[in-house]
Design a protein around this ligand. Sequence first.
Ligand code: UT7
Length: 336
Amino acid sequence: MNHPRIQRAPLRTASIVGLGSYVPERVMTNADLERMVETSDEWITTRTGIRERRIAGASETTSDMALEAARRAMTAAGVTAGDIDLIIVATITPDMPFPSTACLVQQKLGADRAVAFDIEAACSGFVYALDIGARFVEAGAHETVLIIGAEKMSSVVDWTDRNTCVLFGDGAGAAVLKHRPGARGLLTASLGSDGSKAGLLELPGGGSACPATAESVAGRRHFLRMDGKETFKNAVQAMVSASNEVLERCGLSIDQIRCVIPHQANQRILSAVGERLGATAEQVFVNVDRYGNTSAASVGIAMDEAVREGRIRRGDLVLLVVFGAGLTWGAAVLEW
Ligand code: UT7
């Protein structure tokens, strides 16, 4: 499943110079879900580790959450809207099929000079956006790049399906990428995809294959569906192998990594990946208990919290690892 990639040796390095995140105010607890579907706090906690998740307001859009995370990342980075050359938004819950959410964020930010586009790699979106954005910086094509993972998963969750509705939450994470002289920044990244398993996790309706009709709505085809067990197995395997690949490329062992930031899908996946990598529980950052699975937003939110909590300090090596629908996966090593 892995493809050889050339080790990064750019003339200019790309660093994350500011992080920001946003989660909506409304908390939905497992007790709230017990009143909606046939489930229990005990089942959700033991099978997933999730205790609560955030749910966006009815009129709060993905671009609104992206904007707030972006503003916080820009403040942390000390850059203004006029400095941004490129905006990449990773999302599977855009405000609308088109225009892109990135263009809507550009307008809301007033980042008039920026080129803006979306990418879609589901829960792997943040690391995909990081790799793409860093390449523009390394190539000298753009000076200041804003990447955002943002999702309103509550808008595509089937609130009558207990298999999936307990898992997801809303939010956004953002990072500003620039060349920081003297810093190594992103050391390497590896992305992978396997479209032969597209059916494991999908939202079948609303595109050209199944345009919206009264029947498609009645058939609940505009909600996400997942084969949880198969997705789980593929997630653990792909996340471990992508992590090992990037560590090997950098000549690093897991004990040299200060903090592992995995996509927050399920505590059992985080534990299995951590164990197989030989990481201690202290090395693996977890916030799935508070936010559930926020898809493309999860790694951005987690990394921002890890930095603010002092779990990552300047010069530390960080491993990011993600997995999502597509299938897609990826891992990256960076020096903070
Ligand atoms: O972000 C992209 C990646 N996403 C993931 O990686 C998610 C991966 N999958 C998972 O996290 C897990 O597979 C789940 C949490 C979704 C499910 O856990 P599981 O241990 O694989 O449970 P299961 O699907 O095998 O279901 C076990 C039982 C079933 O009942 P029966 O058939 O054994 O009678 C389900 O109907 O649990 C039942 N069940 C529930 N019971 C109470 C499923 N959902 C619920 C629920 N509450 N919410």
